[in-house]
Design a protein around this ligand. Structure first.
Ligand code: ADP
Ligand code: MG
Length: 228
């Protein structure tokens, strides 16, 4: 129940050459803990999440998700693994404008073939867990940016993922709402036992996370337990 990256190197084509986005990155995130990956724009943070989400195969190195070495898996198996084991929260919530908060979550379970009644109950529980029990019937335009990001987080938890990957969730939020989202992610990580990676370019709100890793030009340059 963890995420382990070992010596992961990822390059992209760049004219005739290759651009190294990740350079021998190793990172272990145990279940129930939150690692923040910080670094400037272009340092490789989103690439790290894409590799951890099995969306991009690295040039070399190992990615082990919840005990599964993804290199040995077929595309179909990886699609299944993503659906059952990985939750992703991207910077922009990408909620469907015509659906209510509860329906945004239920859609995930329909894709998975779960019963509508179970999906509705789980959606209710998760909306309560992110503090939106009384907003279940609202549509995105009736919610604030912070509330939409909470729905985004609740949606990523619908499949009870072992690994939760979060890309700059606070960048569109003011300081107070950003702190509240970080607080929520820390709480959910402990309660649900996810191995959580949060990438951000800003050091604010990181007091309560378990580890802070810094990435620069594709290399993890420092890794320190946060002051707790
Ligand atoms: P961050 O999320 O920290 O801003 P990224 O992982 O998005 O960084 O990008 C790391 C480096 O890889 C940057 O130099 C970026 O321009 C480059 N890059 C990212 N995605 C691609 C891609 N699909 N093709 C080519 N280069 C890319
Ligand atoms: Mg990015």
């Amino acid at each position: 129940m963890s995420l382990v990256l070992t010596d992961v190197t990822l390059t992209y084509p760049d004219g005739g050459a290759r651009l190294t986005a990740l350079d021998s990155v190793s990172l272990t995130v145990p279940a129930g803990s939150l690692t923040a990956v910080i670094g400037p724009s272009g340092s490789g943070k989103s690439s790290l999440l894409a590799v951890a989400a099995t969306l991009i195969a690295p040039d070399s190195g190992r990615v082990v998700i919840d005990g599964t070495d993804i290199a040995r898996r077929s595309r179909a198996a990886l699609t299944a693994l993503r659906r059952t084991t990985v939750g992703t929260v991207f910077q922009q919530p990408n909620l469907l404008p015509s659906l209510t908060a509860a329906e945004q979550l239920q859609v995930m379970a329909h894709l998975d073939g779960r019963s509508p009644r179970k999906a509705a109950a789980r959606a209710r529980d998760l909306l309560a867990a992110v503090g939106l029990a009384d907003q279940a019937g609202r549509r995105p335009h009736q919610l604030s940016g912070g509330q939409r990001q909470r729905i985004n987080i609740a949606r990523a938890l619908m499949n009870d993922p072992a690994v939760l990957l979060v890309d700059e969730p606070t960048s569109a939020l003011d300081h107070e709402r950003g702190a509240a989202v970080l607080d929520l992610l820390t709480t959910l990580t402990r309660q649900r036992g996810t191995a959580t990676v949060l990438v951000t370019h800003d050091r604010a709100h990181l007091d309560a996370v378990d580890e802070v890793a810094e990435v620069q030009d594709g290399r993890l340059t420092s890794r320190a337990g946060a002051a707790r």
